[in-house]
Design a protein around this ligand. Structure first.
Ligand SMILES: *[C@@H]1O[C@H](CO)[C@@H](O)[C@H](O)[C@H]1NC(C)=O
Length: 251
């Protein structure tokens, strides 16, 4: 098992190779029980590789901070928040691979604005040592690299806008285990851009180990678990460092 894990670990950094592992075919996406991934149904988005944290969720650094960040639960046993997938162009009930989708949190959001994911540039206050961007800058500086910004995923997006344009593609990380990579593909929604690049969306960590969802060169293989079938969890906690707030599912 150790061998397999380290093999995967090495693989995470060979991202150029992984591009070729990602199937370009517009296959149908399946949930973790083998059912087709359907539009509007709430799913937990869980990492394929266990031991590196739980499912994706929403969080707020302070009570009034908005929009919410999409982050990863620290504990593997936590499934996080449910999310829905909605095809942008095709009026279909199933979610197809490599087709543009909007991804939306299925919770009551304390922030004004939508629950739709968008990619946004995190800006750092210069003297805020806890900030994700500051930490990444420090880290990269040691490697002699220059980093200008970190692209993270938050709520507050708009349907069919480049910053809210995602796709799900099948990956091939563990043969025999179906898993998927979420990508941000700005050119597939509402733009005439000639830049045909899709960016992997995965977990970016700050120095405290907190995982933010963001654009990254690494892969982040995920599986989708129907949240209505998997448990009777009706309350979703949005973690706030100062004042934890409870959010009710919207249905
Ligand atoms: C989201 O994360 C960024 C980067 O760490 C931070 O600047 C921002 O305040 C966070 N937003 C919320 C709602 O906590």
């Amino acid at each position: 098992m150790k061998l397999i894990i380290s093999f995967i670990f090495v693989n995470l950094f060979i991202f150029i190779t992984t591009l070729s592992l990602l199937s370009a075919a517009s296959s149908i996406i399946y949930d973790s029980t083998g059912n087709k991934l359907l539009r509007g149904i709430p799913y937990y988005i869980l990492p394929l590789l266990r031991g590196s944290g739980g499912g994706l969720t929403l969080s707020q650094n302070t009570k009034d901070a908005c929009p919410l960040n999409v982050t990863q639960e620290s504990f593997e046993v936590n499934n996080g928040a449910p999310f829905t997938f909605n095809p942008i162009i095709l009026d279909e009930e199933i979610i197809r691979g490599a087709y543009p989708v909007s991804i939306e949190a299925d919770v009551v959001n304390p922030c004004h604005g939508s629950n739709i994911w968008k990619v946004t540039t995190a800006t750092a206050a210069k003297d805020d040592e806890d900030d994700l961007l500051t930490n990444i800058k420090h880290k990269k500086k040691k490697d002699g690299d220059k980093v200008v910004s970190v692209q993270i995923v938050t709520t507050g997006g708009e349907f069919n806008k480049p910053e809210s344009c995602f796709q799900v593609v099948e990956d091939d990380v563990m043969p025999g285990l179906q898993s998927y990579q979420i990508q941000h593909c700005p050119f597939k929604c509402g733009t005439t851009s000639t830049d045909l690049t899709c960016y992997n969306v995965g977990v970016v960590r700050d120095s405290d180990g907190k995982g933010y969802l963001g654009r990254t060169d690494a892969i982040f293989p995920v599986v989708f678990t129907n949240s209505l079938r998997s448990s009777s969890q009706l309350m979703v906690k949005v973690s706030t460092s100062s004042q934890p707030g409870k959010l009710m599912r919207s249905e």
